[in-house]
Design a binder for this molecule. Structure first.
Ligand code: AKG
Length: 262
C-alpha cells in the first residue's frame, strides 16, 4: 500500500493527511488489545484525567505487528521514506479537551504521528482539529504560537472557536500529521480512546542525527522507562520490522553509554 502523489502533497503542504478505512479490517482486534494493555497494567480509567501508557503498541505482541502490516508501513513509508524510524508512541483514554499545541518544532528531519481513534469522533465530540499549514516555519507560525497561547486575550475567542479543520473520524480511519502542526480537540467527554505511533524519517545528515539524539532522551527514554522500544517489540521483530527500529536502537545505545556514570 502506497499513498498517491496527491496524498503525499497534501501532507507536505497542509501538514496532515487522512486515510479513511485504512485499518477497518484490523480495528476490532486493535480495540480488544487496547483494553488488554490497560488491564495488564492494572489501570482503571475513572475519567477524572487522561490515562496514558508509553510506549503503547510495544506492550503486546499482537499490537507490535502493526509495524509488520504493509498498509501501515507502506503508508508511512510513502510520507517519510521506506527506511523510517519508529520512535515510540502512546495509548490514551483522554478526558476533557486538549488545548492547542504542537508536538515539536523540528527544523530538520520529518517527525510525524500516526493516529488511530477507536471511537467515532465529530467536531463536537473530540475529533482532532488542525490548523492546516501551521507545520511550516515562518513569521505567520510565530504569530500563531503567541495567539494560541492566549486566544481569549489575542482575539477575544476561546480555543474551541479558533478557525481550523476538524478531522472527523470513524474507527479504522487513520490520521497522520506532522509533529510541527498546531492541533487540539474539544468536547470529547471522559473516555476518548486513542493510539498514537511516533515516526520520523531516518536521520542521515549530522544535523538530523543531532535532532534525533535530542528527541530520544526527551520523549522516549524518560517516558518509556529507559528504552525507545520495549524488549517485546525488539525480541519479536522480523528483519523487516527491525529496519524501523535499528537507528533508534543505535542512537539509544550511544546516548546511554555516553551518560556520565554509565
Ligand atoms: O486527541 C487528542 O485529544 C490529542 C492528541 C494529541 O494532542 C497528540 O497526540 O499529540
Amino acid at each position: 500500500m502506497t499513498l498517491t502523489t496527491g496524498q503525499c502533497e497534501v501532507f507536505k503542504t497542509f501538514g496532515y493527511v487522512v486515510i479513511p478505512g485504512l485499518l477497518s479490517e484490523e480495528i476490532d482486534w486493535i480495540t480488544s488489545e487496547f483494553h488488554a494493555v490497560f488491564k495488564d497494567k492494572g489501570m482503571e480509567h475513572d475519567g477524572s484525567r487522561r490515562s496514558v501508557v508509553v510506549p503503547f503498541i510495544d506492550q503486546r505482541e499482537k499490537l507490535c505487528t502493526l509495524l509488520d502490516n504493509q498498509k501501515v508501513t507502506g503508508t508511512i513509508g510513502s510520507l517519510l521514506g521506506q527506511d523510517f524510524n519508529y520512535i515510540g508512541g502512546d495509548g490514551n483514554m483522554h478526558s476533557g479537551d486538549t488545548a492547542w499545541h504542537t508536538d515539536g518544532g523540528h527544523q530538520v528531519g520529518l517527525y510525524a504521528k500516526f493516529h488511530i481513534y477507536l471511537d467515532s469522533l465529530t467536531h463536537h465530540t473530540g475529533a482532532l482539529r488542525v490548523i492546516p499549514g501551521s507545520h511550516l516555519h515562518g513569521t505567520w507560525r510565530d504569530q500563531l504560537r503567541q495567539i494560541l497561547e492566549q486566544p481569549a486575550d489575542a482575539m477575544g475567542i476561546n480555543g474551541a472557536n479558533i478557525p481550523s479543520v476538524t478531522v472527523e473520524t470513524n474507527p479504522g480511519d487513520v490520521l497522520i500529521f506532522n509533529h510541527n502542526i498546531y492541533h487540539a480537540a474539544f468536547g470529547g467527554g471522559t473516555a476518548r480512546r486513542h493510539v498514537a505511533m511516533n515516526i520520523s524519517s531516518r536521520a542521515k545528515t549530522p544535523n538530523e542525527i543531532k535532532e534525533l539524539d535530542e528527541y530520544i532522551p526527551r520523549h522516549c527514554l524518560r517516558k518509556g522507562g529507559g528504552q525507545v522500544h520495549s524488549d517485546l517489540m525488539r525480541e519479536t521483530a522480523s528483519p523487516t520490522r527491525m529496519c524501523y527500529l535499528e537507528q533508534p536502537i543505535e542512537r539509544e545505545q550511544l546516548l546511554v553509554s555516553s551518560t556520565p556514570g554509565h
